[in-house]
Design a protein around this ligand. Sequence first.
Ligand code: FAD
Length: 565
Amino acid sequence: KPVAELAHDLIVVGSGAGALLGAIRAADAGLSVLVVEKASLVGGTSALSGGGIWIPDNHDMPRAGLRDSIDAAFRYVKTCAKGLATDDRVLAYVETAREMARYLAQIGVPYRCMPSYSDYYPALDGSLPGGRTMDPCDFNAAKLGVKALGTLRPTNPGQLIFGRMGINAFEARSMLARERKSKFVLMWIMARYFLDYPWRRKTARDRRLTGGQALMGGLLTALRQRNITLWLDTPLQSLVQEAGRVTGVVVQREGKSVQLAARRGVLLGAGGFERNQALREQYLPQPTNADWTATPVGGNTGDAILAGAEAGGVLHLMAHSWGVPTLFVPKEDKHRAMFVERSLPGCMVVNAQGARFLNESGPYPEFQQAMFANHQQTGGAVPAWIVFDADFRAKYPIGPLMPSTAMPDNRLRKSWLNVVYWKGETLQELAQQIGVDPAGLAASAERMGDFARTGKDLDFDRGGNSFDRYYGDASVKPNPNLAPIAKGPFYALKLFPGDIGTKGGLLTDRDARVLQQDGQAIEGLYCVGNNSASVMGPAYPGAGSTLGPAMAFAYRAIAHMTGQP
Ligand code: FAD
């Protein structure tokens, strides 16, 4: 039974990017706001993300000499969405995203565009070879303060240098591509961290926040500047309705159910359902396992999706996730996503038959979908294996393994052998270690050698477009994504069809209002981020396709709620 009633204009559920952006904009519009968050830390998956946002025709493109149009972006997203998002919503997104990005800069969270980071489907009409993805500018945590920084969910070890120092997307790419300047960049990052003695005396966390830490550190700072109340450890339990309109929420606070009134509305931003095994089994492709997701443990269990459905909201896209291959690393509490290393030359992904079945350099959702499709046919692609040779191992990082030139095998943790990585002096030996057909593996490696020489992957066209090549090695010719896998010892890592969140949830309209079966909106109920069904349909048009819409629709929700443009 609810024990108390407290009133605000807006109640925001969750503290990811969309939720906080909505809270801040509402406060700027003069509303009183309360944010309730289930976890003990702020920021959800958004805080440990790359922080990238996909913003067509953004304000920073002209600086980089790039041009874009709303019309081209609309055509592109419409094709990507394959009829699973209405034109109306797609248009609302492409029109509003750039306005939202300007607003981010105004509230102290500026972004810059990444001129050569391609859209994910370069062959589709309206795509661009760069500029729409934006990376957050580094954020100085001193603006937030050490104490408040302690409430921000930290990022993953994999996104830090030596588990400590922040690195932004430009620097990461420079290092992966082994650009000459990257050595100096690395030295600068380390020197800046270690010489920052006054800050390090207070906390081991880097003062320079990058990626999702910069985004969420910036939003949390803006939230605090506006004195918006945020309650941690306060999960939503249900929505309160009067005559169909949502007028409040019931939350769990300090062991009690508390009813809170929302005069203008409730904004749900409580993430997807990837941490809920039962819902995964009900909706997602099989096999499925909540352990395979790269999102925070215990976080997004679909509570607010179910609460919205209970209030009459329609569910949509529930069979889809933001797929990515993930791997297990001991002592890390969740699986690591493998976004980019699989694209570098000298590796290939095989099933239990030792056969390649996908373009290793392609977009990560399609990678995950190909694992399921091949598993259905062969029974051998979950898990799959990424196999590479000594040359690859010497040059590039992969998963938690630093290049062997920096960290040879004898310096790797002993406990990682046959858990994180497998090793064989010959391909045959490796095949036996990982239970893959040796003849199939040898044939795939030989064929890869031919493709590397000619520069043409006749099976999957790896390296055949600007997206593949972005995370290639430009010094490798004729194709930056292809190199022979020929020099022993050989290595393999085990990959699962994981995700960075689910993309099905409550169906919304162009203003993020939750829709009922009859197409009418539920008054007073708005929903954003992975709590809602994605505007991108089954696709991932470009890096930043989850955070961009989460914040753009939060921006629109508040405009609708307050009647301000
Ligand atoms: P979240 O950010 O997860 O926030 C949901 C919040 O709601 C959580 O804090 C959760 O605790 C809270 N919550 C859950 N249930 C309740 C409840 N009952 N009551 C109250 N609160 C509740 N996407 C991009 O667009 N660009 C990127 O660069 C990018 N990089 C990524 C890198 C990694 C390693 C990962 C894992 C993901 C990345 N993603 C990226 C995906 C992106 O982070 C997520 O899709 C996005 O953060 C989802 O935002 P959200 O607000 O819906 O959920």
